[in-house]
Design a protein around this ligand. Sequence first.
Ligand SMILES: [Cu+2]
Length: 467
Amino acid sequence: MWKSLISRRNALAGGIALIGGTFWGTNNPSLASPVNARPYPWGGSGAAGANPNHDPNPLPPGEPGRDYNPTRTPNGSTLSYHLVENVKVMHLIAEEVEHEFAPGLKARCWGYNGQVHGPTIEAVEGDRVRIYVTNRLPAPTTVHWHGLIIPSGMDGVGGLSQRSIQPGETFKYEFTLRQHGTFMYHSHHDEMTQMAMGLMGMFIIHPRGVPQQERPDRDFVLLSSEWKIIPGTYRPDPNEMTDFNVLTFNARAFPGTDPLVCRRGDKVRIRLGNLSMMSHHSIHLHGYHFYITQTDGGPIPESAQWPETTVIVPTGSTRTIQFVADNPGDWAMHCHMLHHVMNQMGHGLPNVLGINPDGLDNKVRKLLPNYMTMGQTGMADMGSMGMTVPQNSIPMIGADGPKDYITMGGMFTILKVRENLPPGQTSDPGWYQDPPGSVAQPASTEDLRRDGIRPPTSNNSLQSHHH
Ligand SMILES: [Cu+2]
């Protein structure tokens, strides 16, 4: 459903029931969809009696514009296709890729078509797709289509569904898409290594026949993953089990993440996937309430949706959220598991919070002239003071913001909602220009006196040794 903050406030003020408006994404009566006819609560494959191993007569290929508004994958791309006798033909090439996570941190990863993660696959319910997979890796691989109801032999589990694709070989996957929603694809051969190296992407299937006014104006795709890259090294470590130090949206860590750019009033959908090695992510959006409308199991009935500001995305699943972008500004969107908004250098340090390290520093400086212990008042200094970091590594947090240093890293991005954004603009519009008087400011003496606030006359907290 599309809900706006303002209309909801009005509805509350008027005592009107909240539920209403257009709910899209479930059964669309204009399409005789074999999948959406599935009964609750048994779930099942959604095949509604048809055997998915037999071709259930694909529909003519769906077209962008006519059938759907294309998604946008920040920092990524969408896989191209061409038509051969009404089949959408695509090609994924698994290969080694030099990938930049954020300015200053690169690594040799494995991806598809020269990028990490792989490009987003986008199609329409009823389409038939034929996806060629070429293996240019030094190891065998396969591709699993996560959440898709397809023949067992197309499921891509190495050894179980198929023989693995050897280096140099090209395999062919072909199936008809008989559901819509937000799904994923990833290697299913030596998964631990190959997913730790980046072999994954998103697979979006649009419903057919949704009128333009009920489609999202902005439809973003974000895939979370996590990496262990020891500072100064150049390859993810697939053997790490718990201590990941590079946390990413679309394989980028803040400040490497592109903003999600919207025009005020846009209907916004954000599709969140998670293929992290072990972490669930609590994705929190500032400035908005949203509804969770889909999982990779399908649409959530409207009566079961509830408003949220944070959505937990378990690893191996997707969550789709929707809202109307009626609140202009620069709004943080980030994982609320707080080590996940820290970059590399923020992990595995000794706790020196509250310690005065002057004596220690003086001793260490006899050996290392510029040594300075950091972290005694927190971690922010490490980024903002430009602390020297090992070659090919990124500081724990941060980037310059419009008002001060932004002490966030990792799985952090910015939703930028603007009045009067030219239609179709997706590029960064710069920082938000706040209306006068709407930014938190230092209190004046006059303010304090008027309101009877008596600040302490001296700062009795830890004296800083900097400066
Ligand atoms: Cu997280």
